[in-house]
Design a protein around this ligand. Structure first.
Ligand SMILES: NC(=O)c1ccc[n+]([C@@H]2O[C@H](COP(=O)([O-])OP(=O)(O)OC[C@H]3O[C@@H](n4cnc5c(N)ncnc54)[C@H](OP(=O)(O)O)[C@@H]3O)[C@@H](O)[C@H]2O)c1
Length: 224
């Protein structure tokens, strides 16, 4: 596995063969196998921050830490995009691990921000928006200003779609498990709103490898 470059946005996807991340009822753990999941932990170790959306936090309550046997390196920071600050004070990522940054809209009441800050997180506000949500591009600028230059997005279909739609993804690390979940399950990338094929985000595959029972593919953004 090649290390992440010094400045990059990597999108990690772990899906069924048909590009699905969860059943319609939300069941999602675990689609990919242990070897693929160990690779994801290594990938976290190779990035400065792991960035996610509040949808993933509410669905899975992840820690987003590196949990590899014998790992004593630096834990990545965790960043949550959470426009309305729905993050529960009991969220696992507010426990052990690297520093936590929560980005919400500037109209979130100060007392709600203070409650999350009291749990040890840094809370930043943005007044730039992608539709109803805070702007991902502005959030990435904010993370970079804090020296988070290697950013790993581990999120659900909504944040993945925002990142792809805006051309913010340099590299995709895609783990595909030999299971089919069907059209009634949840797609890895939500609506992109494309009207022409030449508007579609394009990538070039640079590697393909079996990892346990899964396939690990790496794609780089195609430069036209
Ligand atoms: N297999 C995988 O690789 C993987 C990884 C992670 C999660 N998942 C699965 O993904 C599912 C959750 O999907 P999801 O789409 O709800 O979660 P998500 O993409 O992690 O979070 C989406 C939420 O993030 C917030 N957000 C803030 N700024 C945003 C922006 N600029 N663009 C888009 N969203 C923004 C929005 O809520 P606000 O407007 O309230 O801020 C939005 O509803 C769960 O089933 C989880 O298990 C799968």
């Amino acid at each position: 596995m090649s290390p992440a470059p010094t400045r990059c946005v990597t999108l990690k996807l772990a899906t069924s063969l048909d590009g699905r991340i969860a059943l319609a009822n939300g069941a999602s753990r675990w689609i990919t196998g242990e070897a693929a999941r160990a690779r994801v932990h290594q990938m976290r170790a190779d990035h400065d921050v792991v960035l996610t959306g509040i949808g993933t936090v509410l669905a899975d309550d992840p820690q987003l830490t590196v949990r590899l046997p014998g790992f004593d390196g630096q834990q990545p920071g965790r960043v949550v995009l959470d426009t309305r600050l729905r993050l529960p004070e009991s969220a696992s990522l507010l426990g052990e691990g690297g520093p936590v940054l929560v980005i919400c809209a500037s109209d979130v009441p100060a007392h709600a921000r203070a409650a999350i800050a009291a749990k040890g997180a840094r809370v930043e506000t943005l007044n730039r928006f992608d539709g109803p949500s805070v702007s991902l591009a502005a959030a990435i600028d904010c993370v970079r200003a804090l020296d988070g230059n290697r950013i790993l997005i581990e999120a659900g279909g909504r944040l993945a779609a925002s990142a792809l739609r805006q051309g913010l993804v340099d590299r995709i690390e895609w783990f595909r498990a030999p299971i089919l979940l069907g059209g009634d399950s949840i797609p890895v990338v939500a609506a992109l709103g494309l009207e022409r094929l030449d508007e579609a985000p394009m990538f070039t595959r640079v590697s393909l490898e079996a990892v346990g029972d899964d396939i690990h593919e790496v794609y780089l953004r195609k430069v036209s």
